[in-house]
Design a protein around this ligand. Structure first.
Ligand code: CP
Length: 299
C-alpha cells in the first residue's frame, strides 16, 4: 500500500480530516445501522488487532462488535497481560503485531504525540481509539452522528461542552469536527480545567444549559495533577448537570456525555436516563460508526 493510501485509510484525528470525509463516514454508518442483518461479512479474512495501552469499555467493545459484525478476525491486546509489563515499548509492540500479519490496528495510548510516529513506521492502517488528551476521533464521529440523527444537520447548532476541557480528547475532536460543519462550540469549565490554547469562548453554566446540545465531560481524574478538583460536591454545585439545571434545558435540546459517567458529579443520577439524554444511544451509535471506520481502513 502506498504511503498516501495508508494515510487515507488511517484515522489519527479529525482536526485534519476533510468535512467530506467525515460526511462519508457518517453516511456509511447510517447505511450499516439500517442493515437488518447483524452479520455482514465483508471483511472476511482480514485480521484486526485492538491494541489498548489504556483502559476502555465502550471503545474497545464497540470496535470488537463492529469488526465481528463485518466478519473480520479480531485480536485483542491488553497491555496489562502483555510483554509491556516486562518493559517492551509501545512501538515494539505494534511492530510485533504488524510482523505477525495484521491488516489494521486500533490503538489507544496515554501519551500525546506518539501516534504519528508509530503510524509513519508501520505499513497497516491505524485507527486512533484515543491518545492522551489529544484526539478521540471515533467518539466525536459518533457524537456528530448522534447530533445529526436528532437535528437533521449540524450547521447552526449551538453546542456547549461542559467540564474538564483541559484534559479531554473528546472536547478537542468535537471542537475541530463541529466547526467544519458550521456549528458554534462554547466551553464551560472551572478555571483549572480550561484549555486556553483552544480557540473557543467560555460561557456561564446558566448559558451553557440553554444550548441545543448540552455535552457534559467526564472529570479526567487519571490525568490530573494534584489540586485540579477540590471536591466532587463543589464541582457538582458549579458545573454538574443537576436535576434542577436539567429542568432548564430547552425542550428541543439533547444531553450528551461520552461516558463513563461519574454519577452525581458531572451529571445527577436521575438525569443520566432523562428523556432528552442521548448517553446510551451514543454508545449504540458507536457500533455503526466504527463499522464505517474499520471498513474504510480495510476495504
Ligand atoms: N467514551 C469512551 O471512550 O469510553 P471508554 O474509555 O470506556 O472507551
Amino acid at each position: 500500500m502506498t504511503t498516501t493510501a495508508l494515510k487515507q485509510r488511517s484515522l489519527l484525528g479529525l482536526k485534519d480530516l476533510d468535512a467530506s470525509e467525515i460526511v462519508s463516514i457518517l453516511d456509511r454508518a447510517a447505511y450499516w445501522e439500517s442493515q437488518p442483518e447483524k452479520l455482514n461479512p465483508v471483511l472476511q479474512g482480514k485480521f484486526v488487532a485492538n491494541m489498548f495501552f489504556e483502559n476502555s469499555t465502550r471503545t474497545r467493545f464497540s470496535f470488537e462488535m463492529a469488526e465481528k459484525r463485518l466478519g473480520a478476525e479480531v485480536m485483542n491486546f491488553a497491555a496489562a497481560a502483555s510483554s509491556v509489563e516486562k518493559g517492551e515499548s509501545i512501538y515494539d509492540t505494534v511492530k510485533t503485531l504488524e510482523s505477525m500479519g495484521i491488516d489494521a490496528g486500533v490503538i489507544r495510548l496515554k501519551p500525546v504525540g506518539m501516534l504519528e510516529g508509530i503510524a509513519a513506521n508501520v505499513k497497516v492502517p491505524l485507527i486512533n481509539a484515543g491518545d492522551g488528551n489529544n484526539e478521540h476521533p471515533t467518539q466525536a464521529l459518533l457524537d456528530l452522528y448522534t447530533m445529526r440523527k436528532h437535528f437533521g444537520e449540524l450547521k447552526g447548532l449551538n453546542v456547549a461542552i461542559i467540564g474538564d476541557v483541559r484534559h479531554s480528547r473528546v472536547a478537542r475532536s468535537n471542537l475541530w469536527a463541529l466547526r467544519k460543519f458550521g456549528a458554534t462550540v462554547s466551553f464551560c469549565s472551572p478555571s483549572e480545567m480550561q484549555a486556553p490554547e483552544l480557540d473557543a469562548p467560555y460561557i456561564s453554566m446558566d448559558d451553557a444549559i440553554r444550548a441545543d446540545v448540552v455535552m457534559m465531560l467526564r472529570v479526567q481524574l487519571e490525568r490530573h495533577t494534584t489540586g485540579v478538583m477540590k471536591s466532587a460536591e463543589q464541582y457538582r454545585e458549579g458545573y454538574g448537570l443537576t436535576v434542577d439545571r436539567a429542568k432548564r434545558i430547552q425542550s428541543h435540546a439533547i444531553i450528551m456525555h461520552p461516558a463513563p459517567v461519574n454519577r452525581n458529579v458531572e451529571i445527577d443520577d436521575e438525569v443520566v436516563e432523562h428523556p432528552q439524554s442521548r448517553i446510551f444511544p451514543q454508545m449504540s451509535n458507536g457500533v455503526p460508526i466504527r463499522m464505517a471506520v474499520i471498513e474504510r481502513a480495510l476495504s
